[in-house]
Each structure stands twice: as structure tokens, then as C-alpha cells.
Design a protein around this ligand. Structure first.
Ligand code: GLA
Length: 383
């Protein structure tokens, strides 16, 4: 929906015009999966699909929230109330953000909020991080909290970890807050250092949503994190960032099979991310293809988070373009989207094979989106 239409919708709902808007994108991760909560490296790109949050300060402590995607639902709660999940599927995220700010000593003033998100939900493209970061961008501006983008990302993660109940890392919130247009963002999750990596101009990024229904994602996701923590403790390192293949082999007998394979994934994945950054700088698509294929194998065999539908999409991409395409499942796992990198003039061939073959192989239809790497959080106040 256009900006002026959302502003009109806000005025219609709350009988007063909005004071500003905060806009934060979803993301697709090129490589570095399940490494963020192990203090490792990640390489996401912000999508050109974002969540918009319009705000207007109130004179009381009430927070009223509406969503364009759920037109008949409204949530009301006091900004200083204790956290409860709330009545709607999206309420926990809003309330968690307010609660995370509050436990950090930042109790918001009352506010009317309207959410309008273009980030597809439940596809591994970080719709929740986009919502958290845009909400925090709005609250930060309205309350004059003077939070940095990294503070906003940390608060968003805290909202998920301590209130929503997903033990996610920092990647999604940080890229949503800090990304640079036309770049991927190399994040060192131990220090939160962000290094923009320019993407070759003749490469395209295709995000292919498998439409495989994602189930038990939070519980399986949290279990993988526990497996990693078990490995970390057995290897006696501060985080798996500091583990090596040599220490892993030396401790093989002390580790459960799961913990061993999760650690193998993390160690290899960190190396692959750094390698991919150099490969992108050289513009060498065949090398990107083989490194992302290794990432996909490790997701399937070591981390056990792929599904037949995303495996099928990756195979189809390689069938169409061989090593002129790099492809892997992206995000929190168990389905969702596949990210592919290829030359701009190969995009049509890739789309064609998915259109022709994906349905007959899986019974599912894929949604294909050509991604323009975008900028992170933007906050505007209206005159
Ligand atoms: C989800 C989490 C991130 C990260 C990815 C997997 O998107 O929110 O923190 O762990 O999964 O890389």
C-alpha cells in the first residue's frame, strides 16, 4: 500500500494523523546459518520488502495497535503492564518489544500504532525481526530514547528471547536495522561489527519460496541451539566460534552424535562465510555455487533442517544452470525459502525450470521474488 494510503488508514482508525513512520526490511541470508548464536559470521541481505509502522503519541499510557494485514484486529495494553501474549497472532511481538524496552529501563509513552508489512510471514524471511525493528524505530523516535541501530537490534532479539520464546540470534534484527542498499552485510556476531560487501552488478538474487508448510519450527530451532550449547560445553570453549575441527575430533567420544554434527556444521559454515565474501569480491559465481552447495549439504546432513521441497528447488536450480547458480535453503530452517545467486541474464531460465518442474516434483507451487538488496531501518517524521 502507498505511504499516503497508509497515512489515510491511520487517520481513519485513530481519528488523528500519524506523526511519523519507521520502515524496516525483511532479509534473506546468503550464507552463515545457525552461526549467529554461536558468535560466528553471517552474510545476509535486506529485502526490498519491509514493515512500516506509523505512530502518534498519546497523552496517556495506553498502547493501541492495528495491522493492515489483520483488519479486524486491534490490541490495547498499558505500556507499563507486565507482559502477556495478547489476543492476536501478531500481538506477542508488539507486546514483547514494549516489555523488552521496559526491562531495559525504557517505558514507552502511550501511542497509537499502525503496522503494514510486506514481508511474507513464516517463510524464513524475518517478518518478525522487521516488525520488531520498525516498532523499536518508531518508539525510539517518539520517546527520544537515542538508541543506536545496534541497540535496537539487541532489544529486538531480547524481545524474542525473553518474551516471545524463540532463542534466535542477532542476525535478523541487525541486518534489518543496519543494512546498506546494494550490499550484503558481513556480521561478526561476536562483536556485532558489520562490514558491507558490495554485490556484483550483473548478479541477481532470486528468493524462491517453497511454500512448504513450516511446522514445529520454534521448538526444533530451540533444540538445535541446545545441541550447540552441549557441544560448546563438552569442547570447553566460550562459544563454537572458538572450536576447530581438530578439537572436535579430539573430543569425538565425549559428544552425542547430534552435538558433534551441529558443531561440525558451525565450524564449516563460519569458514564458508569468510570464503564467500572473497568470492563475491572476485565475482566468481562457480566458486559461490560450490561453497553454497556445501552449505546446503551441511544444513541437510549435519544440522538436519532442510525439507524435500527446498532440496528439490536447489537441485532444479543446478539442473537449469549448473555452476552458474549458487543456491541453498535460507533462514531458520524446516522449509521456507531458497536463495539463489546467478547472472541477471540467467534469471529467466531459472524461473522457467521452477515453473515447469517444481509442482510435478513436490505438489507445491513456488513464489519467486527477484530481490533488490535494500537499506535497513529508516525513520521519518511528518511535517
Ligand atoms: C532465524 C533466527 C536467526 C538465525 C537464523 C538461522 O532466522 O532468527 O537468529 O539463527 O534463523 O541462521
Amino acid at each position: 500500500m502507498s505511504q499516503s494510503n497508509i497515512q489515510a488508514a491511520f487517520t481513519g482508525l485513530f481519528n488523528a494523523s500519524p506523526e511519523g513512520v519507521a520502515i524496516a526490511p525483511g532479509r534473506v541470508n546468503l550464507l552463515g546459518e545457525f552461526t549467529d548464536y554461536n558468535d560466528g559470521y553471517v552474510l545476509p541481505v535486506a529485502l526490498d520488502k519491509a514493515c512500516h509502522v506509523l505512530w502518534r503519541q498519546r497523552d496517556d499510557q495506553l498502547i493501541r495497535v492495528a495491522s493492515m494485514q489483520y483488519p479486524d484486529q486491534l490490541d490495547n495494553f498499558a505500556s507499563d503492564a507486565n507482559y502477556e501474549h495478547g489476543p492476536h497472532v501478531w500481538s506477542p511481538y508488539v507486546r514483547a518489544v514494549v516489555a523488552a524496552a521496559k526491562v531495559s529501563g525504557l517505558t514507552s509513552k502511550g501511542v497509537d500504532l499502525l503496522i503494514d508489512s510486506q514481508v511474507p510471514e513464516g517463510k524464513g524471511l524475518s517478518s518478525s525481526a522487521a516488525l520488531e525493528v520498525s516498532l523499536l524505530g518508531a518508539l525510539n523516535a517518539m520517546n527520544n530514547w537515542a538508541l543506536s541501530t545496534a541497540d535496537i537490534a539487541r532489544l529486538g532479539q531480547r524481545a524474542e528471547n525473553d518474551f516471545v520464546g524463540c532463542q534466535c540470534g542477532i542476525m535478523d534484527q541487525l541486518v534489518s536495522a543496519c543494512a546498506l542498499a546494494h550490499h550484503a552485510l558481513l556480521i561478526d556476531c561476536a562483536t556485532l561489527d558489520c562490514t558491507p560487501v558490495p554485490l556484483p552488478k550483473d548478479w541477481g538474487i532470486l528468493v524462491v519460496d517453497s511454500n512448504h508448510p513450516r511446522q514445529l519450527v520454534d521448538s526444533e530451532y530451540n533444540q538445535r541451539r541446545l545441541d550447540c550449547e552441549e557441544a560448546r560445553d563438552q569442547l570447553d570453549v566460550a562459544s563454537l566460534r572458538h572450536a576447530t575441527n581438530r578439537t572436535l575430533t579430539a573430543h569425538r567420544a565425549d559428544l552425542s552424535d547430534n552435538a558433534y554434527r551441529r558443531a561440525q556444521h558451525v565450524i564449516g559454515e563460519n569458514e564458508r562465510v569468510l570464503a564467500l565474501v572473497d568470492i563475491i569480491k572476485m565475482g566468481e559465481l562457480p566458486l559461490a555455487s560450490s561453497i553454497m552447495a556445501a552449505g546446503q549439504r551441511s544444513l541437510a546432513e549435519n544440522f538436519e533442517v532442510t525439507v524435500p521441497a527446498t532440496d528439490a528447488l536447489v537441485s532444479l536450480a543446478h539442473e537449469a544452470l549448473g555452476n552458474r547458480v549458487a543456491a541453498r535453503q535460507t533462514g531458520g530452517g524446516f522449509g521456507g525459502a531458497v536463495v539463489t545467486l546467478c547472472h541477471q541474464n540467467d534469471i529467466d531460465a531459472l524461473q522457467a525450470i521452477i515453473d515447469q518442474r517444481y509442482f510435478s516434483e513436490t505438489g507445491l507451487r513456488a513464489d519467486i521474488h527477484v530481490c533488490r538488496p535494500s537499506a535497513g531501518l529508516e525513520v521519518k517524521t511528518f511535517e
